[in-house]
Design a protein around this ligand. Structure first.
Ligand code: ADP
Length: 408
């Protein structure tokens, strides 16, 4: 079964074509500068497995044109991997906000589209491009089933005491203001792998206490009890929680009007300040990219060091909070760009957490950079495990899509 996974962002479309009988990737790629005004520099990077990659430069004024170009690349005589797009038997879409209606992935029909539309207010940057991608695929392949895999779904098992904010209750009723959590597909995937490894060590699935750290450009953590998410660090929007590349994460909400008043800026500007100019970039003044900040710190840059200290301390604090939420800890999982590739940051995130049973094996930690398989970097006799698990959101979307299409 050939299956296409689509991840439409506001100005990009990522894709991967799978042969699901073997779960092999046949081709993947990225359309960039989609829907960007005057987007002359729009490009499609197409990487077929076993054939030469190509970069096509062509304006893509909307997501429909991007999907059209992707379909062309997939069937290109020299660089394609399909004779016809009709070979694609199903399409899985990453959808960022599913609200409270979707606690799991869903076959896309008029109701699901309406539910995604209803969440546009909660995910204004993400849901419209997700919808555009779904509609563009439906126009090219009207009879091919499509599945939505929601970033918020995994967080739907979080109990009320953890998802409610302590604000007037009628706001929850009026606007569905609550914690939703994001990166759910990644937290689900890596906690599932860690759960399997713990089960092999004799820790029963039902009682497993796992904390997952997705540390990419966006960063979030989840507390997972017996396979169900019971708390997660991102909130109504992805701004809450950890320090990220350009997002502040947790702040005193009073900062918002303090900054607005003293800097004379409006809501859009303060939104940009906290989402795009804060985090590692804001504190270090150097970059949102972890590699740049680490390099600057190594050269003695004090603000780079401060940014990394704030970043790692926030993670340690959440590990402690989530160990309390779970009543202990069986495993800590690190994933995504930073979690998979940076022994230094991993070490700093567990420093001082020996009392929680997290005994890092320094040599094992240093040896793990960009692993293809899950790795255990705790000391052999550590009471809790520390796993580095390469995340695979696309494969998770592909598996859900195959399962749901098969069932229907
Ligand atoms: P996204 O959230 O965009 O999917 P990724 O999961 O690819 O992001 O993570 C990007 C982050 O990972 C960047 O901050 C990047 O610097 C960091 N990163 C990638 N490789 C390394 C490395 N070897 N050491 C430290 N950080 C790394």
């Amino acid at each position: 079964m050939k299956l296409l996974v689509i991840n439409c962002g506001s100005s990009s479309v990522k894709y991967a074509l799978y042969e699901m009988d073997t779960e092999a990737v046949l081709a993947s790629g990225l359309a960039d500068r989609v829907s960007v005004r005057g987007g002359d520099e729009a490009t499609l990077k197409h990487e077929p497995v076993g054939r030469d990659a190509i970069t096509v430069s062509r304006p893509m004024p909307n997501h429909t044109s991007a999907i059209g170009l992707i379909m062309e690349a997939l069937t290109d005589p020299a660089h394609g991997v399909l004779d016809s797009v009709r070979e694609i038997e199903a399409i899985g879409h990453r959808v960022v906000h599913g609200g409270t209606k979707h606690a799991s992935s869903a076959l896309i029909d008029a109701d699901v589209i309406a539910a995604i539309e209803a969440c546009v207010e909660l995910g204004p940057l993400h849901n419209p491009p997700n919808l555009a991608g779904i509609r563009a695929c439906a126009s090219v392949l009207p009879d091919t089933p499509q599945v939505a895999v929601f970033d918020t779904a995994f967080g739907q098992t979080v109990p009320p005491h953890a998802y409610h904010y302590a604000i007037p209750h009628d706001l929850y009723g009026k606007y569905a203001i609550r914690r939703y959590g994001f990166h759910g597909t990644s937290h689900r995937y890596v906690s599932g792998i860690a759960g399997g490894l713990l089960a092999e060590r004799g820790v029963p699935r039902e009682t497993q206490r796992i904390v997952t750290c997705h540390l990419g450009n966006g960063c979030s953590m989840s507390a997972v009890l017996g396979g169900e998410c019971v708390d997660t660090s991102m909130g109504l929007t992805p701004l809450e929680g950890l320090v990220m590349g350009t997002r502040s994460g947790d702040i005193d909400p009073a900062l918002v009007w303090f900054i607005m008043e003293h800097e004379g800026i409006d809501t859009d500007q303060v939104d940009a300040l906290l989402n795009k100019q804060s985090g590692l970039l804001g504190v270090s003044g150097i970059s949102s990219d972890m590699r740049d900040v680490l390099a600057a710190e190594a050269q003695g840059n004090e603000r780079a060091k401060l940014a990394l200290d704030v970043y790692c301390y926030r993670i340690r604090k959440y590990v402690g909070a989530y160990a309390a939420a779970l009543g202990g800890l069986d495993a800590l999982v690190m994933t995504a760009g930073v979690g998979e590739n940076s022994p230094i940051i991993r070490r700093r995130c567990v420093e001082g957490l020996r009392f929680l049973g997290l005994w890092l094996d320094d040599a094992a930690n240093d040896a793990v950079v960009g692993p293809k398989q899950p790795q255990d970097i705790a000391q052999p006799d550590s009471p809790a495990r520390i796993y580095v698990v390469p995340t695979d959101e696309e494969l998770t979307i592909a598996r859900d899509t195959k399962e749901i299409v098969g069932r229907n």
